[in-house]
Design a protein around this ligand. Structure first.
Ligand code: PRE
Length: 426
């Protein structure tokens, strides 16, 4: 028998926990060594049409750029660690932030000026997302936090760390798409990091084929985009006669920006209409996703969980494993079925610590090699409901590892699929 990790170890203690930190450390002394300056873009703010424009307007939290700076400044190598007022962060593997010129100073105690109220009453939430302006993740961050300040990050992991290091207050990250399936990387990162899911947003994703002005589709030898976007448009590209090379890049808007800045007349990008505007590209084809109802589900992550409620529909996300492998799956799922709790998602990922279980057969017939999994389940109930607490108590008995990733309001916004070309009079 094992115990649930806080704050779910005891349903009552969970219910009585504060939902948001009352105070937070303001990272005024944290700098992001990205070479672009340290202003971040706001959702309401235009970012210009070229990379240079938006580089001026925002910083990408980039581990890559930081390591380039390291090369040019050998004295700083090995010192690129996160710090607030000289207090080093526990996380040192990504060179996310660097405090310059303070190498010899001992850590200073935090003072009252390092603390300020959580950004709940007027001040802007800083929301990390992966990609560059024009990415769907930026739109999802805007839907989740309409008055938030968008902070682009070059990798999913950087977005997680931005929240852990108080550079951002929330991260908004994709977990699954209705056509392309799960974004496995984020499932793995949810387990590796200690952030809590505090909400979800579902974003209709409407893809366009973008190219430089004047380029015709006959000239194209390559289409580039995020692998999910390429998967979501696979059949339509073929129907359009675009049997050209398809190459994966980090994000859809990054693909558009790459075509524009490198003046590539033989390459098209799959990205949003907003990316076309931002990077000065023309739309060769509109609505090229294979299904008009193409939706990506994003989760909102925070350092603290929210208090679960029962006055609106809630979802709870858990991850579990068992020493004896998949044999417990049926028992675990029956704990929900028995209480009429619907599951909305089930996903399995390789068990990180023990991906294979070797079992020698008693009858000397050989050795079975079982793959081991972590199971991720989303169910439609709030942790404030007794039936959910009882179900988890039962799941706990059947599993050797169980963690509640979050209990959060379901996205119930009215369905509005992205506008099709015909509905826009084209
Ligand atoms: O590349 C982007 O624009 C993203 O925001 C990433 C992403 C994803 O990871 O699935 C988000 C939504 C779409 O499904 C396509 C790509």
């Amino acid at each position: 028998m094992h115990t649930l990790s806080p704050p779910y170890s005891n349903a009552l203690s969970y219910l009585h926990r504060g939902s948001e930190p009352t105070f937070r450390v303001v990272p005024t002394r944290i700098t992001v060594k990205c070479g672009y300056g340290f202003e971040s873009s706001s959702f309401s703010q235009g970012v210009g049409s070229t990379r240079t424009d938006w580089q001026r307007a925002c910083a990408i939290l980039s581990s890559k750029v930081d390591s380039q700076n390291e090369d040019s400044n050998p004295a700083a190598a090995g010192e690129n660690i996160a710090a607030v007022n000289g207090h080093k962060s526990a996380v040192t593997d990504l060179n996310l932030v660097h405090v310059s010129g303070e190498k010899t100073l001992p850590p200073k105690p935090l003072t009252i000026s390092d603390l300020s109220p959580a950004p709940m009453h007027g001040s802007q939430l800083r929301v990390a997302y992966q990609g560059v302006p024009g990415a769907y993740s930026e739109a999802a961050a805007g839907k989740a936090y309409p008055n938030g300040e968008a902070i682009p990050c070059d990798q999913f992991e950087v977005a997680f760390q931005a929240v852990e290091l108080w550079i951002a207050d929330r991260a908004v990250l994709p977990v699954e798409n209705s056509l392309g399936g799960s974004i496995h990387r984020n499932y793995d990162l949810l387990l590796r990091h200690r952030l809590h899911i505090v909400g979800e947003v579902q974003l209709p994703v409407h893809h366009c084929l973008l190219a430089l002005p004047g380029v015709r589709s006959e000239y194209l030898t390559r289409v580039i985009s995020h692998p999910q976007a390429l998967a979501q448009c696979e059949h339509t590209l073929t129907k359009l006669g675009l049997n050209v090379a398809r190459e994966a890049v980090d994000d859809t808007a990054g693909a558009a920006e790459f075509v524009a800045t490198n003046n590539l007349r033989d390459t098209a990008a799959i990205a949003s209409a907003r990316a076309a505007d931002l990077y000065g590209l023309q739309i060769l084809a509109d609505g090229i996703q294979d299904d008009p109802n193409n939706v990506t589900r994003f989760v909102m992550l925070a350092r603290e969980p929210i208090i679960p409620r029962t006055d609106r529909p809630f979802k709870t996300s858990i991850v579990f494993a068992h020493d004896k492998g998949t044999s417990v799956l049926f028992k675990v799922l029956s704990a929900f079925a028995f209480r009429n709790i619907s599951l909305t998602k089930i996903e399995s990922r390789p068990h990180r610590n023990r991906p294979i279980r070797i079992v020698d057969d008693d009858k000397n017939e050989g050795t079975a090699k079982h793959f081991e999994y972590m199971f991720y389940v989303d169910f439609e109930a709030s942790m404030a409901e007794v039936r959910a607490q009882n179900a988890l108590a039962e799941v706990q008995e059947f599993t050797s590892f169980l963690r509640v990733l979050g209990s959060y309001p379901m996205d119930m916004t009215p369905w509005s699929p992205s506008a099709s070309p015909s509905s826009r009079g084209e």
